[in-house]
Design a binder for this molecule. Structure first.
Ligand code: IPE
Ligand code: IPE
Ligand code: MG
Length: 251
């Protein structure tokens, strides 16, 4: 057994021994810096980032995590150079095509969230197609946050709620948080228990703002293209060492 495999087994066992998040969110950051560090173009970092997703997915499934949200493209990422944006969308299309069969085989249901319908037609189509063809997957729900922004989601939910109020589907008097959550893109999805952000940045950057109210946060210094199963298992072990109180007192 190689040293890597050995430590992988070790950290897997450690992670598995504790609480496993039902829903894991990942802010996959640091692709550009990873590329720059080795004198490559930022696009090569994004390419390596996709490989990192593919290395981590089996580990997510092996841990028994049932819901996983990946931050792929934010509503703020439109500020980037047009060429980089185009490259990212190309990667999304390739990724959806190339791995569809594997998702089906592994029981992964891909569910896009965000304003992905507004993306260029070929991108929206490939996302729609992978979602449709993987809809029977029961092992893992994989939410891809594409053209996603937490504030935009809250705004969209507010508009939807206003409609429901106007049509008296819900009433003003006894409005609940559940009524609002039911208007979010993540309707029916449990809130993320853990959000991991890579690359050393310690911010949320508009990711799952409503849903993350009580998420545990783990910040890793590892750049996303270098992030692998061991880093994931370590983050899960860190998560299970936390005491989640939700405002209550212990004991
Ligand atoms: C994350 O890596 C990928 C996306 C935001 C699409 P970055 O591209 O943000 O990498 P850095 O933060 O510039 O290193
Ligand atoms: C967050 O990363 C968005 C994604 C990972 C898709 P950014 O690199 O866009 O975030 P900031 O700009 O550092 O806050
Ligand atoms: Mg970044």
């Amino acid at each position: 057994m190689s040293a890597t495999t050995q430590s992988e087994e070790h950290w897997f066992a450690k992670a598995r021994a504790g609480d496993i998040p039902v829903h894991l969110g990942i802010i996959m950051d640091g692709n550009g810096r990873w590329a720059q560090k080795q004198g490559l173009k930022r696009s090569e970092g994004h390419r390596a980032g996709v490989e990192s997703i593919q290395r981590c997915l089996p580990a997510v499934i092996k841990l028994g995590i049932r819901h996983c949200t990946l931050f792929v493209f934010s509503t703020e990422n439109w500020k980037r150079p047009r060429e980089e944006i185009r490259f990212l969308f190309g990667l999304v299309v390739d990724y959806a095509q190339k791995h569809k069969a594997e998702f089906i085989e592994r029981g992964v249901q891909v569910i896009p969230i965000g304003r992905w319908r507004e993306l260029p037609a070929p991108v929206a189509q490939s996302v729609r197609s992978v979602a449709r063809d993987t809809r029977e997957g029961t092992q893992l729900k994989l939410y891809l946050a594409i053209n996603y922004g937490g504030r935009q989601e809250i705004l969209d939910a507010a508009a939807e709620l206003a409609k429901r109020l106007a049509s008296e589907q819900v009433g003003f008097e006894n409005l609940t948080q559940e009524d609002f959550a039911d208007c979010l893109y993540t309707k029916g999805v449990p809130d993320p228990d853990l959000i991991i952000r890579t690359s050393g940045e310690k911010r949320i950057s508009n990711f799952l703002l409503w849903q993350g109210a009580y998420s545990e946060l783990v910040f890793s210094d590892v750049l996303w293209p270098d992030f692998g199963p061991v880093d994931l298992y370590q983050a899960i072990a860190e998560y299970s060492s936390r005491s989640r109180r939700f405002g209550d007192v212990i004991g």
